[in-house]
Design a protein around this ligand. Structure first.
Ligand SMILES: O=C(CO)[C@H](O)[C@H](O)COP(=O)(O)O
Length: 232
């Protein structure tokens, strides 16, 4: 599938998910190219239909885009609940285990998701997989001592690669941390891996989002389809 086709599926999923937002809601807004389509559609509804809701964003990028449409954005600590969070994902399997963080926003995404009554992901069909792990697993690491964390990951066979920007500098998250991508090919035991990663000193968060999502809207050439998680 070429990029234009994939973007069309992302856009369709984003537009479908925007229908879930109602007046007065507090809505978590994720990060990434699929979420950009969602925010464009929400912005259209705000401007053309008078939709009013409060957003909590998972990155500065999404905040800037949403505020550009006049959407009210508040800090996660300024709300007592989030009705629904709509976010993208890099991979999701049939058990609703997924990988996020391709856009380096995994820490804020996980904090917003954890505090949401309902979590919805929007993906194109290429993201739905049998086994997660072909997409390199992002891990957010504090810069101090990051070299030692990377060495530890190497010793464990995780094939870590420090994520660099176009200038060859380490990518920094909104919290100014580094991202280390683990090239694992497949993850057969995601819960054990998650436990190991989060117990490594220097790791702030990892991109394994295991059975967190309630619903996945999949952009499919035949139209958006919904996967509902009944085991949460
Ligand atoms: O987790 C994320 C950002 O940290 C994104 O949701 C994920 O990378 C999917 O991005 P895209 O919609 O651009 O494919």
């Amino acid at each position: 599938m070429d990029k234009a086709q994939q973007d069309a599926l992302k856009k369709a999923a984003g537009i479908e998910a925007a229908k879930l937002v109602e007046n007065g809601m507090v809505v978590g807004l994720g990060t990434g190219s699929t979420v950009r389509f969602l925010v464009d559609e929400l912005g259209r509804r705000v401007q053309e239909e008078g939709l009013q809701f409060t957003g909590v964003t998972t990155s500065r990028r999404t905040q800037e885009q949403a505020e550009g449409y006049g959407i009210k954005i508040v800090d996660v600590d300024d709300v007592d609940h989030i009705d629904v969070t709509i976010d993208g994902a890099d991979e999701v399997d049939k058990n609703f285990d997924g990988i996020k963080g391709g856009g380096a926003a995994l820490l804020w995404e996980k904090i917003v998701a954890t505090n949401s009554n309902r979590i919805v992901w929007i993906v194109d069909e290429t993201k739905v997989v049998d086994t997660i792990g072909a997409f390199p697993l992002p891990v957010e690491v504090i810069p101090f001592g990051a070299g030692h964390v990377i060495s530890r990951f190497k010793d464990r066979g995780y094939n870590p690669v420090l994520r660099l920007d176009a200038d060859g500098q380490p990518v920094r998250t909104d919290e100014k941390n580094y991202v280390v991508d683990l090239h694992l090919n497949r993850i057969d035991h995601p819960r054990e891996l998650a436990e190991d990663l989060i117990n490594t000193v220097g790791v702030v968060e990892h991109g394994l989002f295991l059975n967190m999502v309630d619903m996945v809207i999949v952009g499919d050439p035949n139209g958006p389809r919904v996967m509902t998680n009944s085991n949460k």
